[in-house]
Design a protein around this ligand. Structure first.
Ligand SMILES: [Zn+2]
Ligand SMILES: [Zn+2]
Length: 276
């Protein structure tokens, strides 16, 4: 099974990505959680174009991907997990949970270090939240995340298949928990005991800073619950809450060129009379 996943890595990634993306998009049209105010074509074309830019930047800058690095380390017996002998399924589970915690910490850091927040706030500047918001990250944030992930792989020496599983699951859950889908409250309440649900992550995209700085988890909700960063529901309610960042609210700010330049914009109130 693990060999099968590794030898079919590109197709596994692509199949899961496209299935979840298309599945969520259909669900959003069929049963939306919030009313859609901004034309989908504007947000979707720009958010998806950003994915292309991000992919090209990572391919150009990194000679090795996280899974490939883990494979090299496995061969050389380097890293924590290559020094201990545990059943493979326990190692995989442990690695996935450890990686998830590391990503949680990274997310908190991106919110609290001003220069990093300038990069990450572009993810929050989307004025609506749907499946494509889960892909809307600044290329420099993607580069820093990739560097951090490679460092983690270097230290932990995880099984390569655990890295692949983590990346595939993280990608799928980001698409799921950003989507604008309606889930019955009872289903949401049970689901959010084990995974981050769209209603839980939407709180994180609120314009209210107290809510923006909560619900950092991407896969599991436990870190937020354990470390006191959990807010169950938005104060204004899911229908009335404002999504986004105060300073980026025009439709022009949703274009890819503006998104890429957003980190350079100073975080101060707009002057009166300025239209964008
Ligand atoms: Zn965030
Ligand atoms: Zn988000």
């Amino acid at each position: 099974m693990t060999d099968f996943l590794l030898t079919h890595e590109p197709i596994t990634r692509l199949a899961v990505f496209l299935t979840v993306l298309v599945g969520m998009a259909i669900w959003e049209v069929w049963s939306p959680r919030r009313r859609v105010e901004v034309p989908r074509v504007l947000r979707w074309s720009n958010n998806l174009a950003l994915v292309v830019v991000d992919t090209i930047v990572v391919r150009l800058l990194f000679p090795v991907a996280a899974v490939a690095l883990a494979l090299v380390l496995e061969g050389q017996g380097f890293g924590l997990f290559n020094l201990i002998a545990l059943p493979i399924w326990i190692e995989i589970l442990l690695c996935v949970v450890l990686f998830d915690f590391a990503i949680y910490v990274q997310h908190v850091v991106f919110h609290h270090v001003p220069v990093l927040w300038r990069l990450h706030r572009m993810h929050h500047a989307d004025t609506e939240i749907d499946v494509t918001t889960g892909l809307r990250f600044h290329p420099l944030e993607i580069v820093l995340s990739m560097a951090f992930k490679l460092l983690l792989v270097l230290v932990l020496g995880p099984p390569a298949v655990a890295v692949l599983l983590f990346e595939v699951v993280l990608n799928a859950s980001a698409l799921f928990n950003h989507s604008n889908i309606r889930l019955p409250k009872s289903v949401d309440e049970v689901l959010r005991l084990i995974i981050v649900t769209p209603d839980m992550h939407r709180v994180h995209h609120s314009i209210d800073p107290r809510e923006t700085n909560s619900n950092y988890g991407f896969n599991v909700p436990w870190w937020d619950r354990l470390l006191g960063t959990y807010i169950a529901q938005p104060k204004a309610g899911h229908d009335d809450m404002l999504i986004g960042i105060e300073m980026f609210r025009s439709r022009r700010d949703l274009w890819i060129d503006r998104m890429i330049l957003q980190p350079l914009r100073r975080d101060k109130p707009k002057h009166k009379g300025r239209s964008d």
